[in-house]
Design a protein around this ligand. Sequence first.
Ligand code: NAD
Length: 719
Amino acid sequence: MNKAWTLEIDHDRIAWLTFDCPDQKVNTFGAAVLSELDSMIEQIGTNRGIRAVVIRSGKESSFIAGADIHELAQIKTTDDAAEKANAGHETFAKLAALPVPTIAVIHGPCLGGGLEMALACSHRIVTDDDRTRLGLPEVGLGIIPGWGGTQRLPRLIALDQSLTMILTGKPISSRKAHRIGLADAIVARAFVEAGVRAFVQKQLAKKRVVRRRAKESMMMRLLTSTAPGRMLVYRSAAKQVRERTKGHYPAPIEALEVVRRTYRRRSLDEGLAIEREAFAKLAITSISRNLVFLFQASQRLKKSGHDGAQTALPRPGTAGVVGAGAMGGGIAWALSRAGMAVRMKDIAWDALGRGMSSAARMFRSAVKRRRMTESEMSLAMHRIAPTLEYIGFEKLDIVIEAVVEDIDIKRKVLADIEENVSPSTIICTNTSSLPLQQLASALRRPEQFVGLHFFNPVNRMPLVEVVPCNESSQQTVHGAVELVRRLGKTPIIVGDCPGFLVNRILLPYLIESAWMFEEGIDAPRIDGLLEAFGMPMGPLALVDEVGIDVGYKVARVLEDAYGERMHVPTGLGAVAQEGGDLGRKSGRGFYVYNNGHRKPNRSAAKIVEKARGRDGVKPGELNDDAIVDRAVLIMVNEAARCLEDQVIDTPESLDMAMVMGTGFAPFRGGLLRYADDRGVGVINERLQELARRYGDRFRPAGMIQNLAREGGRFYKEVG
Ligand code: NAD
């Protein structure tokens, strides 16, 4: 087997240890790689002539992406987990004990186990490249750093900075790493080698290995020097964790507890033992398994959709957006951010102005978060050219239509686009509910046509549904998939049906919540229970965000397509039409919004009360479980139908799409993993019970009935 590590000792007696995992795009730390490193360190330790060790990556643009996720997924018992943690602790202890300067040279992502190894070195040098990011993302996998991160980081940098890195899992830039003392030096990418050599010589001029002292603010130094001061820091961190995780994710709380018990109270070895125990406990929880599963599923999804065919999409490429509304502006932003030259067309200058402002808003927020500089923003804005005519469209590689959701207007606009582009241009539509086939028939070259369904807001939502029509050529679909990837988003290929995948499953959940509201259940109670279940926002608050008028219109389209099971309560439409309450945009919807606060909208409740007679609804009490089951199981039922109808190929892709498209509770691993965990048999019975009480919309899908009969699961393999 090819080795991952190579050791060269130069004429200056500096050992250059290069990490380059064979046959992998990025370096990851698995058991074999770790044990290879262990032997290298032992070899270095026995060579008295070596004066310094430099550890670097052989990959072009990444240092170490973290632990081998597949090995993490294989952990079955706490003993397995503790053993894994221990292997890292032992190897890194040997690295830390080398009597010469040990320098990690970090270019590109340095995450998880990679950063923990770098922390065991005496020094770290980072490149000034934007791709260089350092982080401990373990909490995102439901675990804590298990190779010394919780111990060595707070010993190196200020306590508050370490807690932010460990508890949020968010990586930091190389500039920040240098500022807070995590990196000893920052060098230009182009002069890395010279920079490292100069740094090594400086270290060799010192009599002994001198490690950098933590850079702390005066306030932090005062706080951390006393036990009550530290307690204040921990309390404030715990409050932030609770607010962020709403109690669904135990890992950050556990990580905080490990730091609290060990920081300035225990030796490194004692601290590592405490870290190991906590890591092992978390690694076998269902939450960690679910999060690891989702991570693997997202990696698979990123690679899928290509079956060998080449796309004709040049780089960086040129694109057009027709319709400069909420979506058009966002799509133009995404295209320009990816370096593409963009033409944005609308029918009025004020509409174009709005589109340009929403793109500018998204860029400004990136500047604020230091994701780009002011001058990069200005360049990116100049790449978007607003226009009222189809000028220059004949040169575009791809055009995305995002005009109003009206079949006649869209057919006309698509035909106009086709008239003005070249025969090889890919034409996409961002429709959210119109059947693609009815749009395709307006075109002379439907093989160039495909649906590209972005979610709102474009700058925050990572998923894009790619919807081929019957005639879409493979090249067209691949071109669309390729574009989505270049935008840094995840494409998912779904079948052409009303609502496509995500909205077809989400809408029944929103409609069911509107029925419960009409039965007299308070909006905060419904929303609170579903947030406690793990949804990022309650269903009625979500309808308010989308707009009750918009939500009602889409729901009616789905009702026309799917009938009884998506029947919409008339009260929902009445809130918008009679009350004029359109949701957050009008300040009133299910809630009244005022200065960042909200309270239930009594007049909306009164309006739906009047609708009860028309809808044949009786007011009644419901227990908490019934509320959650009605909202969630109706989604499970529709998800099963989507699999039956082959709207999507696997339960895994479906779960990923729901997590990425709706924020469905990641710690549950997705909708169908949740169903499997609860048992399809149990779900079948519960749906039947609900069907007896509320009607046919809860009748279990054929797939659920079959799986229940056979004692089966949505996922064939238990993972
Ligand atoms: P919007 O009303 O904000 O914008 C539509 C824009 O299209 C307006 O600026 C309008 O002037 C322009 N327009 C109308 N006729 C035109 C024509 N003939 N030529 C050029 N421009 C024309 O709408 P939106 O919310 O941005 O939605 C656009 C599309 O995206 C719709 O198909 C919608 O279903 C879909 N979509 C919307 C969302 C959402 O949450 N808003 C999410 C996903 C998909």
